[in-house]
Design a protein around this ligand. Sequence first.
Ligand SMILES: Cc1cc2nc3c(=O)[nH]c(=O)nc-3n(C[C@H](O)[C@H](O)[C@H](O)COP(=O)(O)OP(=O)(O)OC[C@H]3O[C@@H](n4cnc5c(N)ncnc54)[C@H](O)[C@@H]3O)c2cc1C
Length: 330
Amino acid sequence: MANILVFLETDENGIIKASEEIVSYCVSNFKNSQVNAAVILSTGLTQTVKGQLCNSGLDNIYLFINDDAYSTELYAQILSGFLQENMHDVFLISATPLGRDVAPRIASKMNIGLTADCTEIGLDEQNKLLATRPTYGGKLMATILSKTVPQFATIRPGALKQTPLQNEKTVNFVEIHPEIDHSKILCEVISFQRKNKESSDWTSADIIISGGRGLGSKENFELIYKLCDLIGAKPAASRCAVELGWADSAIQVGQTGSSVSPKLYIAFGISGAMQHLVGIENADRVISVNTDKNAPITASSDISVIADAVTVLKSLINEIEPETENARKN
Ligand SMILES: Cc1cc2nc3c(=O)[nH]c(=O)nc-3n(C[C@H](O)[C@H](O)[C@H](O)COP(=O)(O)OP(=O)(O)OC[C@H]3O[C@@H](n4cnc5c(N)ncnc54)[C@H](O)[C@@H]3O)c2cc1C
């Protein structure tokens, strides 16, 4: 039996989707293991988080009540301190910006290895963590077995398929008011600013509309943003569209971009190279629009529209825009 600890990240609405993905995956797949969670949260979020996690199937949830703003050193101090006293076999954090920031600090404080940005996880016969991630610029997938304990990995958001948290098992909540050694916190965070609206948590959107080289120009790629605005979807891009300068690299989908798991993924002018498809394998439904009926994405689509992407985008916008305008006026 492995003893697994998952760090759960929160935003103003409670536990974020990327953390729920790890919990639901571990609870559903590692049935012979004990799966615990740790969350650092403000007093005001405590009841919300308890409500979100009461059917999670987790064994123990450690709620560290702390009203200070996030800082790397603060979170690293709380989590490494907890792990040193409550050793687990495996420790998992989502590879969000916060996770990518705090995980190396924890690894360094505890002198343990860290397998970063994994796209798959499993346990071997001895309950050791098998952490798989792209390597050599995405050309190979490497499965890494860490020699240090806890075996520590960050998991790419969207990489693990989320199932609803509806487990009947009684969860044991443990509230902890951590004692912070402020003398060890050498940096003060003055403020947080989002880089731009594209870099917000778009990977957890229900509908993602993505564009590729087949759109033909940056001007045409703008139609993706327009359609997204009209229907409340999030924009994304293939690597070619990013390399052509039509879209920010923050919204690239695929092996060297982000993995996504929307209810609907619509791909305009994207061929569906293996490195792109790996990022959408957890999408519930895929619609592709491509002039080539033999493009690889067609075989991976629930609906494939064989047509010019720009024509379809413009038709959709012309159809939807007046209705959206009317709805806004009313
Ligand atoms: C190590 C490595 C990592 C990579 N990582 C990623 C990654 O993370 N994400 C990623 O996306 N790629 C990645 N790639 C690149 C990947 O292999 C492809 O080159 C890339 O995905 C292709 O982008 P695309 O589909 O936009 O362009 P193309 O492959 O050029 O496809 C364009 C498509 O548009 C269609 N088309 C043309 N005109 C029209 C039109 N008027 N209307 C409709 N359709 C039209 C064409 O039929 C074609 O299918 C990686 C490659 C390597 C080697």
